[in-house]
Design a protein around this ligand. Structure first.
Ligand code: ADP
Ligand code: MG
Length: 262
């Protein structure tokens, strides 16, 4: 006599075991390719009024260490939301972000801030410099937060690298837009991040200034061997990366290497 209940339990356990085994194989594959950012089934829903608004819908991708990647898509397609979730600045409604081997949802806010400080650089469209700090002080902030010695010296070196050695003690209001973004880039690299996120870094600059900033971002990124994820409207900038992820209405509609953009 067979016990159908026991048979079903055995079958269920086999399915569960297989799922665990599959997950382990998938995790090993990810590790083999040195994945620095793994995004799985990421969903973000805001409650607006009394209705839910899903601005990211089941987004999955993995980013290889040292690669340069672009995220493109129309305004409102969820690009900034996605970067914020990947960098641990915001929390997902569903799904998972594994950054530098650490699942972000398992960390509290303090631990996420420490992980960001250690591994992440961020360049914002609107620079986001602290108005009461000079250029060199702005750049030094991430290292000073860590209590590292020599922060001001390294900040001065980086400002020299971005062509601002004669602007160290200027305040943000005394700098042009392009100069402010150079400070932003220097600050983003000061903690020697594993991964650098740039959200429309040239979006507030005129074409010529923006072009020079793009060149600088790619140059320093290549020198440092940092993984780059740049959000951009600028299709020329996107084609300078090895991979373009295209978003529309919160979903990935294209994800390809060296895709032709028309
Ligand atoms: P993108 O950077 O591609 O322009 P965003 O990620 O900034 O897009 O925004 C995606 C959508 O999410 C937009 O429709 C925006 O209105 C909405 N959104 C962003 N932040 C919030 C929020 N805090 N509350 C409600 N809706 C938001
Ligand atoms: Mg945006």
């Amino acid at each position: 006599m067979t016990d159908p209940d026991a048979d079903r339990k055995v079958a269920d356990r086999k399915v569960a075991d297989r799922k665990v085994a599959d997950r382990k194989v998938a995790d090993r594959k990810v590790a083999d390719r040195k994945i620095v950012l793994d995004v799985r089934n990421l969903t973000k829903t805001y409650i607006s009024g009394d209705r839910p608004l899903t601005v990211l819908d089941d987004v999955s991708f993995a980013i290889e260490a040292g690669s340069a990647n672009a995220i493109v898509g129309p305004s409102g397609s969820g690009k900034t939301t996605l970067l914020g979730l990947c960098a641990g600045l915001d929390q997902a409604s569903k799904g998972k972000v594994v950054l530098a081997g650490t699942p972000l949802d398992e960390l509290d806010e303090d631990a996420r801030a420490r992980l960001r400080n250690e591994h992440v650089g961020f360049v914002f469209q609107t620079f986001q410099l602290v108005p009461t700090l000079s250029a060199v002080e702005n750049v030094a902030v991430p290292l000073e937060l860590r209590g590292e010695r020599g922060a001001m010296r390294r900040a001065a070196e980086l400002l020299e690298r971005v062509g601002l050695s004669d602007r160290l003690h200027h305040y943000p209001t005394q700098l042009s837009g392009g100069e402010q973004q150079r400070v932003g880039i220097a600050r983003a690299f000061i903690n020697r991040p594993k991964i650098l996120f740039a959200d429309e870094p040239t979006g507030s600059l005129d074409g010529q200034t923006g072009g020079a900033i793009e060149d600088l971002l790619f140059e320093i990124n290549a020198e440092a061997g940092t993984t780059l994820i740049v959000v951009t409207h600028d299709l020329e900038l996107a084609t300078r990366t090895g991979r373009v992820i295209r978003l529309r209405d919160g979903r990935i509609v294209d994800d390809g290497s060296n895709v032709k953009i028309t």
